[in-house]
Design a protein around this ligand. Structure first.
Ligand SMILES: [Zn+2]
Length: 233
């Protein structure tokens, strides 16, 4: 299709009257055809070519925090390397484009890495959130770092929660997440008023929002798969 190759499969739907196109998580195109209809899949694909190409582009540019043996840190991928304990007692260090985990025998490399990211995220929040809160004229309530799939969210009580993976984002996007959540302390929804308030502090929020939607956190369940870290190499 154009100059890209899109793997696809055809499936019989159950009750639908129409042909449905959707992409599965592994970027396979699924063509769902109603059971009692005579449809030529090829002609459907031809007709929908523009949509398929656009969607494929959108989905294939999506990046995750953990990606086959590397981890995103401040917007840049670092290869994950495990080595023996360091004399200085460092557990994690960044050198060039690598993140080096000094395995100390008592903890799994993955938990060392997670702890380190959680701490780096906490430090980032501690240094920046109060500055933005002041800009909004707000006093901060409770802020916590949790294992959540979302970049951040806020509760009706005004508590702010951020994912421990926040440190993966480029600075400007981590800032955007903080500003976005602070805005929710005024507007607990995504109404017009919310976006207007956000724009008053972050005029290019649309661009940031779009960039953020192309990066996803890695689910804890996926993280436990060792091949993601390439630790067995
Ligand atoms: Zn929101």
């Amino acid at each position: 299709m154009g100059n890209i190759e899109v793997p696809y499969h055809v499936k019989l739907g159950k009750s639908s009257k129409y042909v449905h196109l959707r992409f599965t998580q592994d970027l396979q195109l699924e063509v769902v055809i109603p059971p009692d209809a005579r449809v030529d899949a090829q002609s459907v694909l031809k007709k929908k070519q523009a949509w398929i190409e656009r969607k494929y582009d959108e989905l294939s540019s999506r990046r995750c925090v953990f990606d086959a043996g590397s981890i995103m840190h401040k917007g840049r991928y670092l290869a994950i390397i495990t080595v023996s304990p360091s004399k200085e007692g460092n557990e994690i260090e960044i050198k060039n484009d690598k993140i080096i985990i000094h395995v100390n025998g008592t903890k799994e490399p993955l938990s060392l890495l997670k702890e380190w990211m959680r701490k780096a995220t906490s430090e980032l929040l501690t240094s920046k959130l109060p500055v933005y809160a002041t800009r909004f004229g707000l006093s901060l309530g409770s802020v916590s770092v949790k294992n959540t799939k979302r970049w951040g969210y806020c509760t009706k009580d005004g508590d702010l929660i951020f994912t421990w993976q926040l440190i993966a984002l480029p600075d400007r996007l981590a800032d955007y997440v903080m500003i976005h959540e602070l805005t929710h302390l005024f507007e607990f929804n995504h109404s017009k008023r919310f976006w207007a308030k956000l724009a008053s502090v972050c005029p290019d929020f649309k661009e940031q929002h779009r960039a953020l939607s192309n990066i996803c956190t890695t689910k804890s369940a996926d993280l436990n798969a060792h091949e993601l870290l390439n630790l067995d190499r």
